[in-house]
Design a protein around this ligand. Structure first.
Ligand code: NI
Ligand code: MN
Length: 228
């Protein structure tokens, strides 16, 4: 499984030869100013919720790459209204078998509206099961007890968790989340982009290490390979 970080909560995950892009927010992110979205390729674009720091480049990238855009019903409808014909609607609790593996849309505790204030459906996370890795992309969320269900029923190799606090859970709750989901390898997201969510990288990593957990903070526009 290969992971490229495009800043904030935007990652490109490659499994089984498919390119899966999460929450593209690149042109609006000053920390990702050197990334041109013209060069991004994707087979799928997964959107966790409607906020613009997750959907900012989604329409343009869906049109440009012809990727299948996946999100909760209201996000699918919004994408269709904006000219994206290749969409796959889901809702919380549902599972679908894609050509790279299965995806379950899971609960997140967060708000979700589009920039004009219209309803974006419920905020969501995704649990992926593939031959190369099982992983959890939490989206924007608070720590919540449903995460225990993931730990109880699934075998998660690696998790993308928000750690920036203020808008989502912070480091301390992310460590508890990692316990709930029974996964000690965490890729941090949703930090540093705005003033409210700047974090001390070394302190955060040390906290994780003190509990024999690993926190991976990727540099923007770099790529890592994980094998499980
Ligand atoms: Ni949000
Ligand atoms: Mn956000």
């Amino acid at each position: 499984m290969q992971v490229t970080y495009y800043g904030h909560s935007c990652f490109l995950v490659e499994v089984k030869g498919k390119k899966i892009l999460f929450d593209p927010f690149i042109t609006g992110n000053p920390l990702a100013a050197n990334i041109s979205i013209d060069s991004i390729e994707a087979d799928y674009i997964f959107l966790s919720h409607a906020h613009s720091d997750h959907t900012g480049d989604a329409i343009q990238l869906a049109l440009q790459t012809k990727a299948t855009l996946v999100g909760i019903w209201e996000i699918h409808a919004w994408a269709q209204r904006n000219g994206v014909t290749n969409t796959h609607p889901m809702n919380i609790g549902g599972v679908w078998n894609f050509d790279f593996g299965s995806v379950k849309m899971v609960n997140a505790v967060h708000s979700s509206s589009f920039e004009d204030g219209s309803y974006g459906g419920q905020a969501a996370g995704f649990y992926f099961e593939t031959e190369e890795a099982n992983f959890y992309y939490a989206g924007d969320t608070a720590l919540h007890y449903d995460m225990k269900l993931l730990g109880k029923h699934f075998d998660i190799d690696i998790a993308f968790l928000p750690i920036g606090s203020n808008f989502t859970m912070g480091i301390d709750d992310a460590m508890i989340a990692s316990k709930y989901i029974k996964c000690d390898k965490v890729i941090g997201m949703h930090y540093d982009t705005f003033g409210f969510i700047k974090i001390d990288h070394d302190a955060a990593k040390k906290k994780f290490m003190s509990q024999d957990k690993e926190l991976i903070l990727m540099d923007i526009n770099t790529c890592k390979t994980f094998t499980f």
